[in-house]
Ligand binder design. Structure first.
Ligand SMILES: O=C(O)CCC(=O)C(=O)O
Ligand SMILES: [Fe+2]
Length: 363
C-alpha cells in the first residue's frame, strides 16, 4: 500500500513568520517528487468511495442543444422532455452541438494555461481573500486555513455583470470575454428550456432571477500530475452555489458525479460541455432538480484543466421556490431566504466535503 511521506509542509518557510504558499503546479514540477507531502493526504479511500463507470444503459445523459433551439416544435418538446429527465434523474448532463466554436474553446483553454504558466510572483499578485473579490488566484480551497491541502491551483473571475480578468498574459482578457459571451447566451437558452421543463413560462427564471444582472463567475482549475493520486484530492465532494454550471475541460478525465449512491466518472466527450444543476436551481425548483454532488480526482500522468462557468441570479436576488411547484408531490420546502450574495459567503465559510450546504440552511 502507498504511504504518505512525512516531509515538512513546503508552504512554510523556515525562520519566516510570513506564510509562503506553494502552488500545486510548482510542487508537482519540483524534481524527484515521488510522494505527496503529508498535508496533502486527504482520506483513506474506502471501497464505497471508489468511482465506477456508468452502466451502458444508465450513463450520464447527453442533450443535443441544436434540438433545444430547433424551430420544429416536436423536436423542441422532445428536447425539453429530455432536459427535464436529465435535471431530475441526474442533475448533470453532457451538452453537444452547443454552438460554441471549437477554436474558441481551444483558445480559452490555452489562454488559461498561459496564466498558470506565469511566474509564481506574477500569479500571486492576484491572490484574493474574499469569495466576492472579482479576481482570485490561489491553491487548494482556502490555503491560509486549510488543514489538508487540495492538489489544485485555481483562478476565479467575476465576469458579469462586470467583466474582470487579470491583465496578463497578453490576450487573456479578449479570449475570455469572447468565450463568456458565448456561454452566457447558452446559459440563458438552457434556463429557458429548464423553466419550460418545469412547466413554467420559458422566461420564468430569466425574469425572477434578474438575469440581466446575473452574477457569473468563470474559474479555471489546474490539477497537475500527482505522484500519489489515490491519496490526494483535486476537489472534494461539493455542490455548486449558482443556478447552473457549464464546464469545459481538456481531454484528461477526473470529474465524478454522485448518482445512485455511487461515484460515476464523467468521461470527457470531445468538444462537449458538462452542465450541472446548482443550489439555486434546487431551491427554485423546490427540490425537484437536485444540486448534484461532484468531485475532481487526480492522476499521475497529465495535467488536467477544467473551466467551470457558474451562473447565478443577480447578487441581491432571494431565490424562492416557484409558486406553481410548491404544492405537489415534490414539495420539499427547499427555502433559504437569503440573498444570493449572502449564500455565496455562507457557502465559502464552510469546509468543503460536508455534503449539501442546502441541508444546513433549509427552512
Ligand atoms: O474540475 C472539475 O471537473 C470540477 C470543478 C468544480 O466542480 C468546481 O470548480 O466547482
Ligand atoms: Fe463544482
Amino acid at each position: 500500500m502507498d504511504t504518505v511521506s512525512p516531509v515538512a509542509p513546503p508552504h512554510q518557510e523556515a525562520g519566516s513568520t510570513q506564510l509562503k504558499i506553494t502552488s500545486a503546479k510548482a510542487l508537482a514540477g519540483s524534481s524527484n517528487l515521488t510522494s505527496i507531502p503529508s498535508h496533502y493526504a486527504f482520506t483513506t479511500t474506502t471501497p464505497g468511495d471508489q468511482a465506477i463507470h456508468a452502466d451502458l444503459d444508465d450513463s450520464i445523459p447527453v442533450i443535443d442543444f441544436s434540438l433545444l433551439s430547433s424551430s420544429n416544435p416536436d423536436q423542441r418538446s422532445k428536447a425539453v422532455f429530455d432536459l427535464a429527465k436529465a435535471c431530475q434523474d441526474w442533475g448533470v448532463f453532457m451538452l453537444i452541438n452547443h454552438g460554441v466554436p471549437e477554436n474558441q474553446m481551444k483558445a480559452t483553454v490555452d489562454a488559461l494555461k498561459g496564466f498558470f504558466d506565469l511566474t509564481e510572483e506574477e500569479k500571486n499578485e492576484f491572490q484574493g481573500k474574499h469569495v466576492l473579490d472579482p479576481i482570485r488566484y490561489g491553491t487548494s480551497f482556502k490555503a491560509s486555513v486549510d488543514k489538508v491541502f487540495l492538489w489544485r491551483d485555481f483562478l476565479k473571475m467575476t465576469v458579469h455583470p462586470k467583466f474582470h480578468c487579470p491583465p496578463k498574459p497578453e490576450g487573456l482578457s479578449k479570449v475570455l470575454a469572447e468565450y463568456c459571451g458565448e456561454v452566457q447566451k447558452l446559459a440563458r437558452e438552457l434556463l429557458k428550456g429548464i423553466s419550460e421543463s418545469l412547466g413554467l413560462e420559458p422566461g420564468y427564471i430569466d425574469e425572477t432571477m434578474d438575469m440581466d444582472s446575473s452574477l457569473q463567475i468563470l474559474a479555471a482549475n489546474l490539477y497537475p500530475p500527482c505522484p500519489q493520486p489515490e491519496l490526494a484530492m483535486g476537489l472534494p465532494s461539493h455542490s455548486d452555489y449558482g443556478l447552473l454550471t457549464i464546464l469545459m475541460q481538456n481531454d484528461i478525465g477526473g470529474l465524478q458525479v454522485h448518482h445512485g449512491g455511487k461515484w460515476v466518472k464523467v468521461e470527457p466527450i470531445p468538444n462537449a460541455l458538462v452542465v450541472n444543476n446548482g443550489d439555486q436551481l434546487e431551491i427554485m425548483s423546490n427540490g425537484r432538480y437536485k444540486s448534484v454532488l461532484h468531485r475532481a480526482v487526480l492522476n499521475n500522468k497529465a495535467t488536467r484543466i477544467s473551466i467551470p462557468f457558474n451562473t447565478g441570479p443577480s447578487s441581491d436576488t432571494v431565490v424562492v421556490p416557484a409558486e406553481q411547484l410548491v404544492n405537489g408531490e415534490h414539495n420539499q420546502a427547499t427555502n433559504i431566504l437569503m440573498t444570493y450574495k449572502d449564500y455565496m459567503e455562507f457557502k465559502q465559510s464552510r469546509v468543503l466535503n460536508k455534503g449539501s450546504s442546502l441541508n444546513q440552511v433549509k427552512i
